[in-house]
Design a protein around this ligand. Structure first.
Ligand SMILES: [Fe+2]
Ligand SMILES: [Fe+2]
Length: 191
């Protein structure tokens, strides 16, 4: 297979992502993802966040040492630190709400475990970045915005954590994944 140029490659990946999003979004809605929230659902959502944030940090951390250029390596290490910081903030909020911060961490949903085991098994930096950061992490702002709107009336503090810290940090690291792929996924083997 011949290598695509960087713009074509990123376009192709974005097409896969959007097709996946359509499917995921339909499934989310059938699970009741956009329904009005109750305190129990908010707690579950925060426990889910603990797993997503901590796992994103864990699977990425081991690749940081292999990023050749310092101008990408340094922001990627900040990304890892940010995701762990988000984990701590969410755990703290769960404790304030009298929940178990590690309920889902200790007993992960099988589909989540499968997802993270897959990410941990990837054998190259570009695959990891394409799947975790360019792929599903891109969905975080989309699902968070509607969560923030719905949680604000019943739990303004949780809404502010999502809006002012989690989403705000997200905006600061969105550029890293496309830039890593542009720079290192340049041949048929890495694409
Ligand atoms: Fe995060
Ligand atoms: Fe993130």
């Amino acid at each position: 297979m011949e290598a695509l140029n960087a713009a074509e490659f990123l376009n192709r990946l974005a097409e896969y992502r959007e097709a996946f999003w359509e499917k995921l979004n339909a499934e989310r809605k059938s699970y009741g993802a956009e329904k009005p929230l109750s305190p129990a659902i908010v707690l579950r959502r925060l426990q889910f966040g603990v797993v997503m944030e901590r796992k994103a940090a864990e699977v990425t951390a081991r690749w940081v040492g292999q990023i050749p250029d310092l101008d990408l390596q340094q922001p990627m290490s900040e990304y890892v630190a940010n995701e762990l910081k988000h984990t701590s903030i969410l755990r703290q909020r769960i404790k304030e709400l009298n929940g178990d911060p590690d309920a889902l961490w200790n007993q992960p949903l099988p589909e989540l475990k499968e997802l993270w085991d897959f990410h941990a098994s990837l054998t190259s930096l570009c695959e990891l970045i394409a799947s975790v950061q360019f792929g599903h992490e891109e969905f975080f702002p989309r699902t968070s915005r509607s969560f923030i709107e719905r949680v604000a009336p019943i739990d303004p503090k949780t809404a502010s954590i999502y809006r002012d810290t989690l989403l705000a940090d997200e905006a600061g690291h969105e550029w890293i994944a496309p830039e890593i792929l542009r720079r290192y996924a340049t041949d048929a083997a890495t694409q």
